[in-house]
Design a protein around this ligand. Structure first.
Ligand code: AHR
Length: 599
């Protein structure tokens, strides 16, 4: 294996090469309030404590929030209610993780014509273990009142529920009940452990909020940024009909921009272009949609005294968010009105924001586009052998014209299991091809990023979580081996071996650093011995004093799990052996050659 680090062949990889794509899929981010296609006719996810003779609960439209009119009406029927009272409870999404000593902020809106005392508790899923409890007096008024209460847990339970009970006969209305841990990342509502896993990928961009989620099966169910900003209580939420669940849009346009900032990643706003899976807006009628997108850009980039910038400022961010990329739709190339709508958006955005890079949905990897674009979107979900061979996909792409944004790639179906080593090997090989072609590939992200283990609509995914645990699949760990490539210097690698058909490799250095990395992927089932040589690199690392990072296993279908979260994770070793079958090896320098035995 030869690394040629001579200056004339060295090339800078774009700063933006590796990032992440967050889609509201698999309950990746959906908040506390749930609904569904029949909203407001059911009370899901609330359940009742009591029986038919003691309590009656239903929804009505008496809320004080004009854009979100559904409220929950609880009528207590009993004069002598059972000990502990009657009421309602909500398990969040498959139980809430309540931890001993931690503080939880409860907000709820209540209306009660008569004076009533509510007991608010955090309990185990069956109500038998009390973790935190307090009583809140509500004085009888026919106006809505906002109540805020801190609850400090006196025990730990991973699948808790929030319950609200009373002994008093009468009617109480509830709306917009929220329970959030006090210790979210930077106070912005994100779970710290999950953010930390994202940060470990060193993402240079964040593409959001979809995917198909942006399109909807029908336009009426597409993501609408305007409905997802402002006070969370006033957001109507919507039914994401592609992934079949209600989202409260508490994780809305503003929060995605905030998340990008928190991650140090460039925001990439994918907006609906008047096209869903099943219906389209005729180009002749697209003007209001174009205006809507221009407003979204003013919301992000406008000064604090502009119309929409002032809304952002009122939400707590007077400084603009640096939106430099937008994608005009998702997977819509070929739809009847795509090209016509695209041009309307493109021209209007170019005029108002000449520096914004626009991403077309049409693949230009093998033939030129018939419309202007700065980047084109490229998605691939396939089997491992095909993806391995696709490391050469961009070798023959035109060096002129728009650059590729590989915004969704993954091995799926039988090769993938629920995230296998085999899948990650093929993906790693594919990424070496993107690095090699990073003169024409500007960005790449794996998809999907997150899955709540209780709703695995799409399989596989990079990060699996439940209410209190999380782990990375091999595809996640594979990505951590590539994060440092963004902005690095690429050096060509050639492999001359009878096994070269199942090997892939890439080498990088940094402008202002002595370090270099060589990554080698053995996709085959035989161990391979390679002699490594490098021209143009100093022997900078002492082989005995350095370590290699390895992802490997004796079984290519090995997966991680909550009980064994690190079965497949990168590990470091000082052993000096051969490149084992089915492995990714990252060497800090091409003059050391090491392997980890852990897996
Ligand atoms: O990543 C899952 C889905 O795959 C995305 O929503 C869509 O863009 C693609 O079809």
């Amino acid at each position: 294996l030869k690394v040629d680090a001579s200056p004339q062949l060295a090339r800078q990889i774009p700063d933006t090469l590796f990032g992440i794509f967050f889609e509201e899929i698999n309950h990746a981010g959906a908040g506390f309030e749930a609904g569904g296609p029949h909203t407001p006719s059911n009370i899901d996810p609330w359940s009742i404590i009591g029986d038919d003779s003691s309590i009656f609960v239903a929804t009505d439209r008496t809320s004080c929030f004009s854009r979100n009119t559904v409220a929950l009406r609880m009528e207590v029927l009993c004069d002598n209610c059972p000990a502990g009272g009657v009421g309602i409870y909500n398990p969040g999404f498959w139980g809430m993780n309540i931890e001993d000593g931690k503080t939880y902020n409860l907000v709820m809106y209540v209306k009660s014509p008569e004076t009533v005392e509510l007991t608010v508790s955090l309990t185990s899923s069956d109500g038998s273990q009390n973790l935190a409890s307090t009583t809140i007096p509500v004085s009888g008024v026919s106006n809505w009142t906002k109540l805020e209460q801190k609850l400090v847990a006196q025990g730990t339970n991973r699948t808790s529920r929030l319950q609200i009970t009373t002994n008093k006969k009468g009617v109480v209305w509830f709306d917009q009940v929220s329970l959030m841990p006090a210790d979210t990342y930077k106070g912005h509502g994100f779970r710290t452990e999950l953010i930390s896993m994202m940060l470990d990928l060193k993402p240079r961009f964040l593409r959001f909020p979809g995917g198909c989620f942006v399109e909807g099966e029908w336009l009426r169910n597409a993501f609408r940024w305007r409905e997802s900003i402002g006070p969370w209580e006033e957001r109507p939420g919507h039914f994401g009909d592609v992934w079949h669940y209600w989202t409260d849009d508490g994780l809305g346009y503003y929060e995605f921009l905030q998340l990008s900032e928190d991650l140090g990643a460039a925001p990439i706003w994918v907006f609906n272009n008047g096209i869903s899976h099943n219906d389209e807006v005729d180009t002749a009628a697209i003007a209001p949609f174009v205006k809507d997108v221009l407003d979204s850009l003013e919301f992000a980039r406008g000064s604090a005294d502009s119309t929409w910038g002032s809304v952002r400022a009122a939400m707590g961010h007077p400084e603009p968010f640096p939106v430099k990329y937008v994608a005009i739709g998702n997977e819509d190339c070929g739809k009847k009105f795509y090209r016509g709508n695209y041009l309307k958006f493109y021209n209007a955005i170019r005029e108002a924001y000449p520096d914004i890079q626009m991403i077309s949905n049409c693949d230009a990897s093998s033939s030129p586009l018939d419309h202007p674009a700065d980047l084109y979107d490229f998605h691939v979900y396939t089997d491992s052998k095909t993806l391995f061979s696709m490391k050469n996909t961009f070798d023959r792409s035109s060096r002129n014209g728009p650059k590729a944004f590989v915004s969704e790639y993954a091995v799926w179906r039988s090769d993938a299991g629920r995230g296998s080593l085999l899948a990650s090997l093929a993906e790693a090989a594919f990424l070496t091809g993107l690095e090699k072609n990073s003169d024409v590939v500007q960005m790449a992200s794996y998809a999907p990023l997150f899955v709540n283990n209780n709703d695995q609509t799409w399989n596989p995914d990079a990060i699996v979580f439940n209410s209190w645990q999380q782990y990375g699949t091999p595809s996640y760990w594979m990505q951590t081996l590539f994060g440092e490539s963004s902005g690095a210097i690429f050096h060509p690698v050639t492999i001359t071996s009878s096994y070269s058909g199942s090997l892939a490799a890439s080498a990088i250095t940094w402008q202002d650093s002595e370090n270099s990395f060589l990554r080698i992927i053995n996709f085959g089932s035989d161990p391979v011995s390679l002699t490594i040589s490098a021209t143009g690199l100093q022997a900078r690392v002492n082989a005995l004093g350095s370590t290699a990072t390895v992802l490997t296993s004796s079984n290519v279908m090995d997966e991680n799990s909550f009980s064994n979260p690190n079965k497949q994770s990168r590990c470091k070793s000082r052993l000096f052996l051969t490149l084992s079958p089915h492995s990714i090896l990252r060497l800090p320098s091409p003059n050391s050659w090491q392997r980890c035995e852990a897996a």
